[in-house]
Write a protein that binds this ligand. Structure first.
Ligand code: 13P
Length: 260
């Protein structure tokens, strides 16, 4: 199949710098005992204020990559309070989360802003992890597929096929985030396959089959094997369970056991 799994931890608004460093030290020590050929790609996304300290303890290029949860799409200028991609790259950030449902809901991040951010990330050679997903209300109304199709198309608007190739998607049903209610693995796989077919429509099937698409929403060590046993789920974007080294490492190791 050839798509290398990715396990990314989204720490959201949690952890002071000292705590962040302690968790990453712990994750790093645990992963160092495993042959890297048996590991997925691993990304940790702490809050901005912890990025420098966490960056200092990571051996970049080895086992764990550094991600950011947000950024502004302009490189510099009169944008009080914002942080840009060159600034994040300065701290060795390689991945950025874009369009998380919490940013869409609480910070009015629109599909247009998501698209600008995706383009900026690609222009800066940073991997965009683009989040899409439906609310419970949308699921109950039967508009899940239409809603997600629209989010995916708008996120990729104006990108060349070569650029589409470099993005990562995360399917995160909003009703599964932080609720302990994981989306059934077969259903998550169905939606992810549908996302892949939308990617094929806007690029081509070869590119669509190479793009990594993760699942997010109450992922735990006990759910990851069934999720990774599905044909199209290429990893996980993990919230709560990534805040504890033991459970995050359990997800990382579990992700490679059932990979099809
Ligand atoms: P939980 O794993 O806490 O449900 O959060 C998922 C998420 O929002 C990751 O971005």
């Amino acid at each position: 199949m050839g798509r290398k799994p990715i396990i990314a931890g989204n720490w959201k608004l949690n952890k002071l710098t000292g705590e962040a460093v302690a968790i990453v030290e712990d994750i790093k020590a645990k992963l160092d005992t495993i042959d890297s050929a048996n590991l997925p790609e691993v990304v940790v996304c702490p809050v901005f204020t912890a990025l420098q300290s966490v960056s200092n303890i990571l051996e970049h290029g080895k086992n764990i990559r550094l991600g950011a949860q947000n950024f502004y799409y302009k490189d510099s200028g009169a944008f009080t309070g914002e942080v840009s991609l060159p600034m994040l790259k300065d701290l060795c950030v390689t991945d950025v989360i874009i369009g998380h449902s919490e940013r869409r809901e609480y910070f009015s991040e629109s599909d247009e802003m998501v698209n600008l951010k995706v383009k900026a990330a690609l222009a800066n050679d940073v991997t965009p992890i683009i989040c899409v997903g439906e609310s419970l209300e949308q699921r109950e109304q039967g508009i899940t597929d239409n809603h997600i199709t629209s989010q995916v198309k708008k996120a990729l608007d104006g990108l060349s096929a070569a650029e589409v190739c470099k993005v990562v998607f995360a399917y995160e049903p909003i009703w599964a985030i932080g609720t302990g209610k994981t989306c059934d693995a077969v259903e998550a796989n169905r939606v992810i396959k549908m996302i892949r077919s939308v990617i094929a429509d806007v690029s081509n099937s070869g590119i669509a089959s190479s793009v990594r698409i993760l699942y997010g929403g109450s992922v735990k060590p006990s759910t990851i094997e069934e999720q990774m046993a599905q044909s199209d789920i290429d990893g996980a974007l993990v919230g709560g369970a990534s805040l504890v080294a033991e459970s995050f490492v359990g997800i990382i190791t579990g992700s490679m056991k059932s990979r099809v």
